[in-house]
Design a protein around this ligand. Sequence first.
Ligand code: F0G
Length: 359
Amino acid sequence: MKSAPNDWPGVVRAYAEYLPVDDSTPVITIQEGNTPLIPVPNFVEKIGGRFSLFLKYEALNPTCSFKDRGMTMAMTKAVERGAKVVVCASTGNTSAAAAAYAARAGVKCAVLIPDGKIALGKLAQALMYGAQTVAIRGNFDQALNIVRQLGEDPEIEIVNSINPYRIEGQKTAAFEICDQLGRAPDFHFIPVGNAGNITAYWKGFLEYHKAGKCSSLPRMFGFQAAGSAPIVEGHPIENPETVATAIRIGNPASWQGALDARDQSNGFIGKVTDEEILEAYKLIARTEGILVEPACAAPLAGLIKTLKNQPGVIPADAVITATMTGHGLKDPDTAISASGFEPVRTDATHEAVLAALKS
Ligand code: F0G
């Protein structure tokens, strides 16, 4: 079936010349990508900065996270080689994307998630898209180990970011940022969990630079949650904890990719506490009307911390981008508890509502 004439074709077709595809590749797409790059001047003013900050709002992908970019590519290649089943371990967003793209492709999907530790919206997505959903009594790292074993069966394709096609798809976000800005940013801030995305962005910036599409490269600044910060601590964390369940990971698969991105870009990987994450999470919602999931607030908290602790690192005229990886509505429980408010209940009369508003 043909697309409507003005339709965006999805990231695989849009950036085909940089991806392992040709005209005969059976692209599985839900028109992911082409997400907005939103300026956030109120937030910058509030945190006392003078630079320009733009948020790459990946929440507006079809399953409301950046995972769709990698999943369109991974699912396309899985279908091309005739895989019958796709599997992944996930803190929630990868499973949502895998389930959706598998539904679109007509292949079976099984997802392994840490029982009780994924946000409600993400669980709803996996179930609704029809994935076989297995909640293990364990964490993400344990789930990924099991998935690696399942993937030894040739009929099964792993669609975690240990699948190199995931990284290929996700690098398109760096291309889009350069296309939207008309240049590369000076700094790129990003949350780090399993470390696939920071690896993918750096690959994307490098490839665009090499192709002559941008004349400079950003410094990559990644942030982990303090209770789940193996890269910062320099060793795996056996029992990672954080309110930002998306990045509750103790032994990232792309650890080396994150170190390369940091070192080659003269960048930085730091950690922020749950308290700092929740502060930034509220601040971006209340100053800009942008609701993100808690993991996205890690780089925002990291930016605040960098301004405070390392004055002079960020020049006043810097152009900064930050990836907002997933939608805040995926985790309504954290949003409601972090908001600090409750609805005021009243009778359904004008007087009662007026009284409530004045109280
Ligand atoms: N932000 C969100 C919202 C995520 O879901 C993830 C990872 C990250 C950031 C970190 O990205 O792993 O490439 O460093 N979520 C994975 C998942 C682990 O299973 O959904 P990363």
